[in-house]
Design a protein around this ligand. Structure first.
Ligand code: CTP
Ligand code: CA
Length: 222
């Protein structure tokens, strides 16, 4: 524990956070990605660090400034993100997976730029590994595992299912129904669901404020 961390609620704890999108290469110049900015995960990493934790952030491609005092590992693909997260998981007390990981990746990556075809063109995709579920399957008693869920319908039911299936302590449901919530915005509206089935709906607020709400629950469970 560093001198400056003494007395902070998460002093002596190690945290692992994933953030941002993943890019799945199609050929040397193209990829499949998504609109995640990384803001939510970077705000959580920053907050955990301010609370005294020793934070490792595994980040997909993001234009954001790296959080101060946080050990950031930059990755591109879902496979690279899995590898980095698995490497740091065992040592972590607190794990928050907020990355928007691609669910599918091309079966083959072309060595050369793919030329335009006459007509339709398709790419065969295979499923990526579910990083959060992989970590959940090997979670130890003393580890706290937090996931996110992005849903557009049957939100609560789908999020509860993910919480149980991935063996999480709690899940943060991002509602896409609200304007100003979700990807590439500065604000977010979340509902937090725990294993006992308790749900807590928060108001629309900045991602920094949402990160504080999430981290105060982490502190109470740590
Ligand atoms: N997640 C992950 N690895 C993946 C896919 C998702 O670690 N390959 C994590 C995300 O970081 C998030 C949670 O799983 O914390 C839920 O992601 P989401 O996309 O909402 O759920 P999926 O399980 O992928 O299901 P679907 O996209 O079909 O709703
Ligand atoms: Ca998904």
């Amino acid at each position: 524990v560093k001198f400056s961390e003494k007395g902070l609620p998460l002093a002596g704890k190690k945290a692992l956070v994933s953030a941002g999108p993943t890019y799945e290469a199609i050929d040397p110049v193209r990829f499949i990605g998504n609109h995640s900015s990384g803001k939510m995960g970077y705000a959580i990493a920053t907050q955990l660090e301010e609370l005294g934790a020793d934070v490792t952030l595994v980040s997909g491609p993001s234009a954001l400034k790296l959080p101060k005092g946080v050990d950031t590992i930059s990755v591109t693909s879902a496979a690279e993100m899995l590898h980095a997260c698995e490497e740091h998981f065992d040592a972590a007390d607190i794990v928050v997976m907020s990355a928007a990981v691609a669910d599918y990746t091309p079966v083959e990556v072309a060595n050369q730029k793919i030329k335009k075809k006459e007509n339709e063109f398709s790419i065969v995709l295979k499923k990526t590994a579910d990083i959060l579920a992989t970590l959940g399957a090997k979670k130890k008693e003393n580890q706290l595992l937090v996931g996110f869920a992005l849903e557009t319908n049957n939100e609560l039911e789908n999020a509860k299912d993910k919480l149980i299936r991935k063996n999480l302590d709690f899940i943060v449901l991002n509602s896409m129904q609200d304007k100003g919530a979700g990807f590439a915005t500065d604000t977010n509206k979340v509902t937090i669901i725990d294993r006992a089935g308790n749900t807590h709906e928060f108001s629309l607020k900045s991602k920094e404020e949402v990160a504080k709400d999430i981290c105060s629950i982490i502190v109470s469970l740590s």
